[in-house]
Design a protein. Structure first.
Length: 111
């Protein structure tokens, strides 16, 4: 019985070490591929200041056109009777401008 436990522990340790070695090898290969293809630039998606999404270290740039949710929420909120959903939709409609005003006040400017 004692020998079977030792044998099982050795097999478990061997499998763990093999898996860890494989994982670290894959990470190292991915790092080398990133260095080769993109010169160390980030490969994954990156959101830029201009509102666009950069993919592949700047190789592809997408500018998504998002609908103006504030106008849609305000229009939908005006059709609802007085309720919590109407308040939530109105808050959604004005949250972007309120966030801009708050950021401006925190920077020390006046609105």
């Amino acid at each position: 019985m004692q020998q079977r436990i030792k044998k099982a522990a050795c097999y478990a340790a061997l499998i763990y070490c093999s898996g860890a070695g494989l994982l670290f090898g894959m990470l190292r290969a991915a790092q080398q591929t990133r260095r080769t293809l993109y010169g160390g630039q980030p490969v994954m998606a990156q959101y830029t200041e201009a509102g666009s999404v950069s993919l592949g270290g700047g190789e592809w740039t997408l500018t998504p056109e998002l609908p103006d949710l504030a106008e849609q929420a305000d229009a939908l909120g005006s059709k609802l009777p007085p309720c919590t959903a109407k308040c939530v939709l109105r808050a959604l409609a004005y949250c972007e401008t309120l966030a801009d005003q708050t950021a401006e006040k925190l920077r020390g400017g006046s609105v």
